[in-house]
Write a protein that binds this ligand. Structure first.
Ligand code: RB5
Length: 152
């Protein structure tokens, strides 16, 4: 079972609540860093809270939801050490674990339905990273970019 930090903006309150209950029913611990009202708010703040929890070890993984998943994933990927994958389908959600060792996933409440979102979190949480040489090499290159290295 995992500790999961979840965050969302006003576009995704209902989906956040549904996904949180779903994960808790499966035995996971869910820490809510999202907004709980429909008042318009700023997705970078919620991405930041979830990323901090993942980076400081308070949570094993992060889940971010906004209208499209785009803004909140962009915000998450501004954090050094965060690999946030925007996945609106379960295949990508599994593959981003295997290939990218994504520690945060994002999706869009205005793009997909609840059953798809459940499939995405299931695939994301059930799949382990495969630490093969080519994946390790690429993850290292991502780190190099974060550190300002010219890799080209
Ligand atoms: C909010 O209206 C919307 O812009 C946000 O949820 C998200 O889709 C941004 O990428």
């Amino acid at each position: 079972m995992m500790k999961i930090a979840i965050g969302n903006d006003h576009a995704a309150v209902e989906m956040k609540n549904e996904i949180s209950s779903y994960l808790e029913s499966k035995g996971h611990e869910v820490i809510n860093y999202g907004t709980d009202t429909s008042a318009s708010c700023d997705y970078p703040i919620y991405a930041h809270r979830v990323c901090k929890a993942v980076l400081n070890g308070e949570a094993d993984r992060g889940i971010l939801i906004c209208g499209t998943g785009v803004g909140i994933s962009i915000a998450a990927n501004k954090h050094k050490g965060i690999r946030c994958a925007l996945c609106n389908d379960p295949v990508s959600a599994g593959l981003t674990r295997i290939h990218n060792n994504a520690n945060v996933i994002a999706f869009g409440a205005r793009i997909i339905g609840l059953e798809m979102a459940k499939g995405i979190v299931d695939a994301y949480l059930a799949t382990e990273y495969k630490s093969e040489e080519r994946h390790e090499r690429r993850l290292k290159l991502l780190e190099d970019i974060e550190n300002g290295k010219d890799i080209g």
